[in-house]
Design a binder for this molecule. Structure first.
Ligand SMILES: [Zn+2]
Length: 160
């Protein structure tokens, strides 16, 4: 029976749950991205020459012009912090033991940004536009997931 609700005050609800399973597959380009990350410790993107735009992670097609793309453009591991936020609570609203900082990182050579943790943030306040670099898990410990990247840390200008 289909029931069309036109007045939101008529919506009914009932308590309970039902089992739903799911499996995420990254697709052809996503699999290439994760394999490159695991095996070579590099970030693979896809370049659309027509749009002058480099995606990361890699894509099979351009989201702007639908051109076929290849997972063949290495970007990073350095980049620029484009935005960030600090989380103090978990998804349930419970306070975290330690705040978690996440940022949008635009890797060198990429136009798209990656969302990931910021690590070793230190005492200095973060600033948008700062140079950051990927911190990868050691070779042999990487499994081909986004967790192969421990996070991004601010590059220390003094060390260069
Ligand atoms: Zn394009």
């Amino acid at each position: 029976m289909l029931e069309k609700i036109t007045d939101p005050r008529e919506v009914r609800r009932w308590e309970g749950g039902f089992p739903v399973g799911h499996r995420y597959t990254p697709g052809v380009a996503g699999a290439a991205f994760f394999a490159a990350l695991r095996d070579r410790g590099v970030f693979l993107g896809s370049r659309c020459e027509a749009c002058s735009y480099t995606y990361v992670p890699a894509r099979l097609f351009c989201e702007r012009c639908f051109a076929e793309l290849a997972a063949d453009t290495e970007v990073g591991p350095g980049g620029m912090l484009r935005s960030f936020t600090i989380g103090f609570t978990d998804l349930e609203g419970d306070e975290l033991d330690e705040p978690v900082t996440v940022g949008l990182v635009q890797l060198e050579g990429a136009d798209a940004v990656l969302l990931h943790r910021l690590v070793d943030t230190g005492d200095e306040p973060l600033e948008i536009g700062e140079r950051v670099e990927a911190v990868l898990r050691p070779e042999g410990e990487r499994t081909g997931s986004i967790h192969d990247v421990a996070g991004f840390r601010v590059m220390n200008d003094d060390a260069s």
